[in-house]
Design a protein around this ligand. Structure first.
Ligand code: URA
Length: 451
């Protein structure tokens, strides 16, 4: 009997790894062959890990980044939503702590008549994930097949699901590998990962929220702006309208961090309340979504319209409708006690009088992961009930003994580790040495703006 022939590859992975290691520019063919072979399972994780690390260290040219995005996009299906007449607009964040804007924005933009087909991710590293937050609503199904996704979109104008097996499968495999090989923080890989998924959604326009600061993957504004430009250019090359807002992630967004807790804060914002920074960012991003969605002439008008949709309760109604259509318990939206509740809580108090000078945002995110709100290993499940509620934000005055944060937990040992990390994240100073950081640092690419 003849042995099974080894798969015939038109290229050798080792040659592509060496070329990138030595700072060479890869051809479109080489990148496509590598991505396709990995997606099919023809080359092993260790070779692709070596290649990813070479990309992190050597970078990529614009042509290589475009070729990688295209190859990842074409590894799966591109949704055809042309039967839905309204303009389709999505929003995507590069990841942060307490960033729950997607849950506010999808129903808010849908209430204005924009269609929002949102394909989101799970927590990555210290950052939270939209899917994990949605799944804290009892019954909510983020794994809708394409036909049902389309039905929800047609019925209520927004739907929020996870990456299906058909959408950019190359990213699914590469994302998981990057998470455990220290190869997340490359602007070229982040750009290809995000844009391959977003371009597969069948959208007309995209609003990107590129985070910068101690809780972001891109710590400096310069790096965040570089990533934003790369993504805007990639989207425009594919014929989409794309705008990127560089926004602050030097402290968590809003006050609640943790899956079910963040749903509570989302509902507060949809009721017209919630913390000022979260409300302001949602309003700004919504203004852009409405503008690019063609329902407002300017971003400023889009912001005004969004405020009215919140005041009238229409945005909250839309959220409730989407939750119900995706199998979730709509009563959990009106009664937070129907969301998962942690068994215990403890308060972290200020050791002295002064001002909250800084809050190490990545550490706060990691403290939430330690509580069980995120994953330390790929196979971990998340605890939807745990998390942290901040009572003070950067710049606030504090007195000795006053609560800084409340930790919600289910496991004593996890709570002790998280508490220590959280304590180390606070810097309380006698005076404030620097002014407040702006929430919106810059806007990159201003498609169709008529302000
Ligand atoms: N979000 C993504 O979808 N991909 C990345 O690489 C980083 C954040």
């Amino acid at each position: 009997m003849n042995p099974t022939p080894a798969p015939t590859l038109a290229f050798r992975a080792i040659d592509v790894i060496r070329k990138k290691r030595d700072d060479g520019e890869l051809s479109r063919d080489e990148i496509e062959s590598l991505v396709n072979a990995y997606t099919r399972g023809d080359i092993p994780d260790y070779q692709v890990s070596a290649w990813l690390m070479a990309v992190v260290l050597r970078g990529m040219t614009r042509a290589e980044t475009a070729a990688l995005t295209d190859a990842m996009l074409r590894s799966g299906e591109v949704l055809d939503l042309s039967s839905i007449r309204a303009r389709k607009v999505d929003k995507h964040s590069t990841g942060g702590v307490g960033d729950k804007t997607s849950l506010v924005l999808a129903p808010l933009a849908a209430a204005a008549g924009v269609v929002v087909p949102m394909i989101s991710g799970r927590g990555l590293g210290h950052t939270g994930g939209t899917l994990d937050k949605l799944e804290s609503i009892p019954g909510f199904n983020v794994n809708l097949p394409a036909a049902q996704f389309r039905r929800v979109l047609e019925t209520c104008g927004c739907a929020m699901i996870g990456q299906t097996a058909e959408i950019a499968p190359a990213d699914r495999k590469l994302y998981a590998l990057r998470d455990v090989t220290g190869t997340v923080e490359s602007p070229y890989l982040i750009c290809a990962s995000i844009m391959s998924k977003k371009l597969a959604e069948g959208i007309d326009a995209l609003v990107l929220d590129v985070k910068t600061g101690s809780g972001a993957f891109m710590k400096s504004e310069k790096d965040a702006a570089f990533l934003a430009e790369l993504m805007v250019e990639t989207g425009e090359r594919m014929g989409k309208q794309v705008v990127a807002l560089i926004t602050d992630m030097d402290q968590p967004l809003g006050c609640m961090i943790g899956n079910a807790l963040e749903v509570v804060e989302v509902v507060e914002v949809l009721r017209g309340g919630g913390p000022e920074d979260l409300r302001q960012l949602c309003n700004e991003l919504a203004g852009w979504m409405l503008h690019l969605g063609g329902v407002s002439d300017t971003v400023a008008e889009g912001k005004e319209q969004s405020e009215k949709l919140i005041d009238s309760g229409k945005a909250l109604d839309k959220f409730r409708q989407m939750v119900e259509l995706q199998g979730g318990e709509p009563r959990a939206i009106d009664d937070p006690k129907k969301l998962p509740q942690a068994q215990h809580s403890m308060i972290l108090s200020s050791p002295k009088n002064g001002y909250l000078a800084s809050l190490q945002c990545e550490q706060v995110g990691t403290a939430c992961v330690i509580l069980g709100g995120g994953r330390e290993r790929k196979e971990d499940s998340v605890d939807p009930a745990v998390g942290i509620v901040l009572h003070k934000k950067v710049g606030d005055a504090v007195s000795a003994g006053e609560p800084l944060a409340t930790i919600y937990y289910n496991t004593e040992t996890r709570a002790a580790r998280a508490r220590q990390l959280l304590e180390e994240s606070y810097e309380i100073a006698d005076t404030l040495a620097r002014g407040k950081r702006p929430l919106i640092h810059r806007v990159i690419g201003k498609p169709g703006e008529r302000n």
